[in-house]
Design a protein around this ligand. Sequence first.
Ligand code: BG6
Length: 507
Amino acid sequence: MAEDTKRTGSLYGGAAEPCAVVLFGASGDLAKRKVIPAMFDLANHNSLGSRYVIVGFARTPMSDENFRATAGDAAKTMSEIGPVDPKQWDAFASALYYLSGDYSDPQAYEQLAKRLIQLEADKKLGGNRLFYLSTPPEVYPHIVEQLGRAGLARPSSPNSWVRIIIEKPFGRDLATAKELNKTVLDVFEEKQVYRIDHYLGKDTVQNLLVLRFSNGIFEPLWNRNYVDCVQITAAETLGVERRGGFYETTGALRDMIQSHVLQLTSLVAVEPPASFDATSVQNEKLKVLQSIRPFNLEMVAQSVVRGQYAPGQLDGKHLPGYREEPGVSQTSRTETFVAACLLIDNWRWAGVPFYLRTGKRLATRSTEIMIQFKCAPHIVFRDRAIEPNRLILNIQPEEGISVSFGAKRPGTEMRIGNVNMNFSYKEGFGEASRSAYATLVNDCLRGDATLFDRGDNVEAAWSLVDPILDVWSAAKSAKVPEYPTGSWGPRESDLLLERDGRRWLNP
Ligand code: BG6
């Protein structure tokens, strides 16, 4: 079980305990784009306190100075933390160190241990250590094993802690996720392990729980008696960028559905946890995943659609198709779009379809959850052109909530129009500097695992996705439908809802 700290995780709450953070994969894209800027953000808000070091570790040879310079260049271009004040950056940069080594070389870890002991003594850090795995997933097992072998996985004193953050993808199917869980848990205890899914660090994702469980008006309607269907869309306008090689062996089902989209599904469907702590929240999320009807061959054929982006126009630019992207095979069958209909077999959700979709190079960048309510049982008006009521949670890029309902149009006739009541995060709370990674690293430094994934949850998500992967890999000659860049996916995705008498609500 994960450490059962009651979640307080207030971003930028007081300073964390002194600690050393070791960032594996420090020269990589994710470290530079997300993790280091998040640390900088925390340092600026005094969440890291004054006693900390960040030791970058990667294969690329580099001096401390070079690491500071490259990390700085990357952090300065990050929009999430706003403009970087050079003075603040210099203060932060002086806590950055770098060590190069091969991830499976025991000597490199001996060097790391020596460096840590020396830095901890110099800066009086007290032995708290956070290892952050931001490398390609193939090297996770090597790092974990070597940390164990070098005696780095256990706290050096009863008052200190050692934790490890592991990036997604956690495995590439159920078998490899189980294997990785075993490797990790042979070396670390579950309470030390923080499997990260950055969607859970987004304020608006957490707000879903607040909306449901801190208000009296929504939860009574949040069930099969009132909800007609749920739609979850995670649409990107970006293509695969420079990640063609990775994406070729991954695809949208593994990359987005198994993690981010199933996380959103769990939070929409979850029963109220007894309290907002890691064990209660994760237990309830697990129950949701275990209640989703498992896919079989027939259900995959009927309820899951995949697609691949073809060339097209987006924002006035002509963009290449997936097969023309660097690192991608010209005969690739990798999906860049998935739409699926899930059924949750429990008392709350029996019979309510959850339609999920995600894709790259779609018409708009937008992640949103739409709860569509059943229509009024009897319409007394002559004008029957009434849309169902909808509650929309906009997760990004515009963060907010809207409720749509019918209202009388002005005029002498009784005509009905559909109107929206909108809440915008920006207008309601002002613009705050928020980064999902900062929230999550901050929580981990405080031992709060509520917004991280537990091993059994990750395996449950893979159990759902595995049968789909199996059907697709067996159907070698089946067509992968194409969709033009800038569209809402292949026609098959619309048909998935049309056969149920519904349609996607495009953001
Ligand atoms: C990552 C996926 O986990 O999430 C990417 O690997 C995807 O392919 C990204 O682009 C989306 O994250 P966000 O926060 O931009 O919605």
